[in-house]
Design a protein. Structure first.
Length: 426
């Protein structure tokens, strides 16, 4: 990780203190130096150059403070100007804190270490200016003072670096915690949605099971009984001619039985799914596809092939719900531009295919996710509980559900249920 500056340095420290030090040194020079010879003018010119360098490169250009290379050039230039000033007069060692300030606050690691070391060399040189350097002792003292300054200030830079790394770790931990919290919230919301979906589908399945039970009871008891009554009346009528006085009540009984049988059959039909109340399965699929297209603005091509064969209401209902679930998942996940629904009446079964040209997914990932937590969500067609309910509906009728998909190649769902034997009726 780069040694970034954790926060903006105090404005007073970087925008006032360096100029205050420079102004103090100028005042000292004006008081103590001799104006003769032009040496004072050169020193004042160098001080003005240092002030202009800080103003132009840093103070008046705050946007540059986030650009490490420019700040490196700024500190290097300031060190060069300070070195010239220290070489001309040791009192300019009092200006080295400005170099320290900028090195600590605007340089990143490891450039900061170089800036601090450079400022420490200048400070040590100024501090040892009064020591004669004509013998080994003087040179040793100079090197000792410079080394002490370097060691002390580099240690300070290292401690600051450790503090920055700790702050970075703390920020990273907080970011990870925040990300984990967001993922947890999303997971809880998803689980809540799946739970609500499961409850709704369980309620729907319970209601449909009860409706089918009632339909079977009416069909197997009341309807069959009325059919038997009508058959017996017809048989009696064929064996013996009805006496004229009995004809009217006899016909009334037959008509009442027929009307009651028709009403019982209407009751059975009323317990079937709403789109199938007054339409064949192919028409009901077209109606469902039409409403879906209006809602989502995407045309659905519905095709029926083969010779229409009789099916149980349960089989028609299972295929209709399969189409609805598949279209719902196309709208949620597929990002498709074309959708096709095909109802095929084959020799021994009826097949429903729903295909799209959406982004697809990896069916192997669907199987693994479903096995892991029962809530896999493929991107373009029925995942999780929707697919589970779809399979259960079809497999209860000895049918099969197959999914074909791959990333970028769309998705196809195929559901097949067996047809009724020839000549049978629902």
């Amino acid at each position: 990780m780069s040694g970034k500056i954790a926060q903006q340095p105090p404005s007073l420290l970087v925008n006032v203190v360096p100029y205050a030090l420079l102004a103090l040194l100028v005042a000292i020079l004006v008081i103590v130096e001799d104006w003769a010879g032009g040496s004072l003018l050169i020193d004042l010119g160098l001080c003005a150059l240092a002030a202009a360098w800080m103003l132009g490169m840093f103070t008046l250009r705050p946007g540059r403070r986030e650009r490490p290379r420019i700040m490196g050039v700024f500190v290097a230039g300031l060190l060069v100007i300070t070195a010239i000033l220290v070489a001309r007069h040791p009192a300019f060692g009092l200006f080295t804190p400005a170099a320290y300030i900028y090195s600590f606050t605007v340089l990143r690691w490891p450039s900061r270490l170089l800036g601090v070391a450079g400022a420490a060399v200048l400070a040590g040189t100024a501090q040892a200016s009064g020591i004669p350097k004509t013998d080994a002792f003087g040179l040793t003292m100079l090197m000792t003072i410079v080394a002490f300054n370097i060691a002390m200030m580099c240690c300070c830079a290292w401690v600051l670096r450790l503090a920055e790394k700790e702050e970075e770790r703390r920020e990273q931990a907080l970011a990870e915690l925040s990300r984990a919290n967001r993922l947890l919230e999303a997971s809880l919301a998803e689980n809540a949605g799946l739970h609500a979906q499961l409850l709704a589908q369980a309620r729907e399945a319970g209601v449909l099971d009860e409706r089918r039970r009632m339909a079977r009871e009416i069909h197997d008891t009341l309807a069959q009984g009325l059919t038997g009554i009508i058959a017996q009346l017809q048989a009696a009528e064929q064996r013996h001619e009805v006496p004229p006085p009995w004809r009217r009540p006899f016909d009334a009984v037959k008509n009442l039985a027929r009307e009651s049988l028709a009403e019982a059959r209407r009751s059975v039909d009323a317990l079937r799914p709403e789109p199938l109340q007054s339409a064949r399965l192919s028409d009901a699929l077209a109606d469902v596809a039409g409403r879906w297209s209006k809602l989502h603005g995407l045309a659905v091509h519905v095709t029926t092939t083969g010779t229409v064969r009789p099916m149980t209401p349960e089989a028609e209902f299972a295929l209709l719900r399969t189409a609805q679930e598949a279209l719902a998942n196309v709208a949620k996940h597929a990002q498709a531009t074309r959708v096709g629904v095909t109802l095929s009446y084959l020799e021994h079964e009826v097949a429903l295919d729903v295909r799209d040209d959406g982004k697809g997914f990896d069916p192997a990932g669907l199987d693994a996710g479903t096995a892991a937590n029962g809530a896999a969500r493929p991107p373009s067609s029925g995942g999780g509980f929707g697919l589970t309910i779809m399979r259960q509906r079809v497999e209860r009728l000895s049918g099969t559900v197959q999914i074909e998909s791959e990333p970028g190649a769309g998705t196809g769902i195929s559901a097949c249920v067996p047809t009724l034997p020839a000549g049978s009726h629902a």
